[in-house]
Design a protein around this ligand. Sequence first.
Ligand code: SAM
Length: 396
Amino acid sequence: MLPPGTGGEHSCGAKADVLPPVVERHPGSAAGDAVVARVDALAAARALGAAEIHPRLVYLDPPFAADRDFVYSPRQVPADASAACERVAFRDRWDGGLDAYLAFMEPILNAVRDLLTEDGSLLLHCDHRASPYLAVLCDRIFGLGDRGPRPRAPGFRNELIWSYGLGGSSPRAYPKKHDTILWYSRGSQWFFEPPRVPATSMRMRGQLKKAPDVLAIASINNMAAERTGYPTQKPLALLDLLVRAHSEPGDLVADLFCGSGTTGVAAARCDRRVWVSDQGADAVAVARERLLDLDVGVTMRSATTSASSWPIRRAGDRWHVAQIDDMPLESLAIGAWHDGCLDVSARWSTASAGDSSTAVDAPIQPADGALEIHGTVAGFSVRDAAGRAARGPLPP
Ligand SMILES: C[S@@+](CC[C@H](N)C(=O)[O-])C[C@H]1O[C@@H](n2cnc3c(N)ncnc32)[C@H](O)[C@@H]1O
């Protein structure tokens, strides 16, 4: 379970918690194992800090100051869907250029430093565009660490190179085939379990060796089963290695720019507790799906909705649900169900929403306390809740 405050209970109209409100809860292996929050990274860091929730590892994979938009192409597209399923997931454009980007990152990095456990670590994923500037910023915030005269001092520990192989070539320069992951420790002691990778020398053939600071891990190819269609998705193999090296089972691992939720999936698979958040609706929807596929208890949170105003009303034998703030309809419905605003015995079956900003009719069918939702979330079809609901009622 997460520490107090991360999986707070709400009744309809109840008080706010770390990030109001809990909008969804599934009876997975243990409810509250993972939190998926839709919230700006700085607000998330401050909310966690205010609630005294301290991750041992924070992995950040923010926009890279790439000056472009990134498009999400959902892999599961309903047969009747139009091409409109493809849409901008997030914008990586900065009025004011690099200065504006660094001004955005600085308070987040400060808040993350204060958030970590005393022996906790930040892993900051970036590339050639901002890595030297972010390193200078982090040196100031966390300390020089291994760069300075006292190698055990807090701060910089490693500059990891993620060598991903794939990518284009250029006649003008060496093709760029790597990202940089900056490792900073909050304190002068830090948790680290050296990861092991297959040895390449003839002498050690077939054995494992300690991973060097260059990690050769292929990026996700177009046919890979793990590909979600969310842009900039990182491979599970990379996050799996990092999570295991910088945290232990039971530790809280956080990612405040979670995108498709790769960090959460890697962490949940090796028994870490998870906080993943992102400001994008598509990102949290994809992250949530991936965690539920692991049968992890997921609590959804949003900084933009209020439990006292579930946009749900009953008229005759139908429920009407209005979309708010891009929050997936089913999250609203499950949240309202959990908070007692929706009849628990109702079997819920939404028609395809089409335009997700309009109200949706939800006919009630009798069922044995099960909640089932078939619908359209942010333009792509969902299959959810039926199997989970069948396992038993939501925890009290
Ligand atoms: C490079 S992607 C992360 C990809 C992720 N590591 C994965 O494996 O899918 C960056 C993410 O940062 C999110 N983002 C951008 N600005 C943000 C902000 N101010 N607060 C929270 N998330 C933000 C974007 O929505 C995007 O999902």
